[in-house]
Ligand binder design. Structure first.
Ligand code: GAP
Length: 458
């Protein structure tokens, strides 16, 4: 990551190179919605694939699901979202903008006061005592703080009365809890086992922003580990470790990551922490790990009237398992990966190149196939492109000088560029240029597939 990286630079590169576009742009946009472009969608899919591989495929007793976004509304009563999934907000009476009280306090105290540990009354007193001004108009004339529920409501059926109110899920986790017994029975799973899911979540955030850091529609990758009382601490520590190694293995510098324990725990939680990343906006949450006791399954047992008991087949013991939750936003991870990959380098000729140094497994294209001269080399280059595209994502690029084509692929993070030239036609060899070192090697055509496959392993 570059020291002087700003969110504006990333937004601009993302737009110009097809990573991420502003949502509904031709209609003037729709605040804080973003559309992934051809390069961005590949990278995000690769991140999701890498996560699934690590937390489902390579994790013993871990099972994936894909639950519905719309759930029976009682789910959100059981989970506590209808009553307590709210942010403390207040309005500026002068300029009519809405703000989060906790954000105002955090910014005013320059991070020295932690609003997470404060009650609504304490936050109100702080704002009055310190005359915290509106960041938009600079005046001091606030409404009282009110709790603002973050769930998006919609209605099903043809009438719009309260009977038909449903919610867009604000997290994927509940789909995993309500399917606990379905998965346990069908997969003959024995505790400890995990359920994983990747999917969209929606939150009516009061202060979305900072590009894809906080949006109203986003994707989560969540994993619930169901374990026996007494084993929870061990699995909590294990998942802290697993979550951290996953980020390191994606190529994130360990100096850009840190653990942050939560200061205020929910009444049922035994422990909770975030892994924070050093975003251009400062240290901020990238993912969370929670030891949630048996609260979630107990609540669903209470509200559904269905037993959530697990019976140990060896000891015949019956109990409601505890849950260790690991949750990371796919878009927030995408942002961290974009920040981490971004480099500006001054070359020997004095030119600057922007290069996105993604882990090759994450890059959109693994290989760009470039004919040195369109007239002489395009036929062979296209033949190679079609052959190698069957194995991994390739791009074919014949427009502009070879130097310009290298720059374009540096900016989208293609780890390797293959050039077809006279040597290819005469002796069946190609040159492969490495994105990071810019060094070139010569390979026989038949060696290319194995060479690239070896480099893109995760
Ligand atoms: N089930 C637990 C849960 O949802 P969370 O801390 O609210 O916990 C988990 O969310 C992760 O989801 C966060 O660490 C973050 O990566 C991502 N996330 C949460 N809200 C988000 C938003 N508005 N925009 C983008 N990502 C978000």
């Amino acid at each position: 990551m570059e020291k002087n990286l700003t969110m504006d630079k990333l937004v601009s590169l993302s737009k110009s190179r097809g990573f991420i576009f502003p949502g509904s742009e031709i209609y003037g946009g729709m605040g804080n919605t973003w559309d992934y472009g051809p390069i961005g969608v590949e990278i995000k899919n690769n991140l999701k694939r890498a996560w699934w591989k690590r937390f489902v495929q390579e994790s013993d007793n871990s099972f994936g699901i894909d639950a519905a976004i719309l759930m029976n509304p009682t789910v959100w009563e059981a989970s506590g979202h209808t009553t307590s999934f709210a942010d403390p907000k207040l309005d500026c009476r002068e300029c009519k903008t809405r703000h989060r009280a906790d954000n105002l306090i955090e910014a005013h105290s320059k991070g020295k006061v932690n609003p997470d540990t404060m009650t609504t009354e304490e936050m109100e007193s702080y704002i009055i005592e310190h005359k915290v001004a509106c960041p938009h108009c600079g005046r001091f004339n606030w409404t009282p703080i009110r709790q603002f529920n973050l769930m998006f409501e919609t209605s099903r059926g043809v009438t719009e009365d309260g009977q038909n109110k449903v919610y867009l899920r604000p997290e994927t986790a509940q789909g995993e809890f309500v399917n606990f017994l379905n998965v346990q029975r069908t997969m003959r799973a024995k505790v400890p086992f995990g359920i994983a899911q990747i999917g969209k979540a929606f939150r009516n955030e009061i202060t979305p922003g900072n590009f894809i850091f906080r949006t109203i529609e986003f994707e989560q990758m969540e994993h619930q580990l169901f374990c026996k009382e007494g084993d929870d601490e061990k699995f909590y520590n294990l998942y802290k470790e697993k979550a951290h190694s996953f980020l390191l293995d994606l190529g994130i510098d360990k100096e850009h990551l840190r653990f942050k324990d939560h200061d205020k725990l929910a009444h049922y939680a035994r422990a909770a922490c975030d892994i924070q990343y050093l975003f251009p906006i400062g240290w901020s949450e990238l993912n969370g790990i929670h030891n949630r006791s048996n609260y979630d399954l107990s609540r669903h047992q209470e509200f559904s009237g269905k037993s959530m008991m697990y019976m140990d087949p060896i000891t015949n013991e019956k109990y409601i398992p505890n849950v260790i939750e690991y949750s990371i936003g796919a878009d927030r991870l995408m942002l961290a990966i974009l920040c981490e990959a971004y480099h500006e380098e001054t070359l020997e000729d004095g030119e600057t190149r922007v290069v996105m140094k993604f882990h090759p497994a994450i890059s959109a294209y693994k290989l760009a196939v470039l004919p040195l001269m369109k007239k002489n080399h395009s036929e062979k280059a296209l033949e190679l492109y079609h052959k190698l595209s069957k194995e991994f994502m390739c791009d074919y690029d014949e427009s502009g000088s070879i130097g310009k084509r290298y720059r374009r692929h540096d900016e989208i993070g293609t780890p390797f560029c293959l050039t077809v030239d006279d040597e290819t036609l005469n002796s069946g060899t190609v040159t492969i240029r490495d994105r990071d070192t810019m060094k070139q090697i010569t390979l026989k055509i038949e060696e290319v597939e194995g060479y690239i496959k070896d480099k893109i392993k995760f």
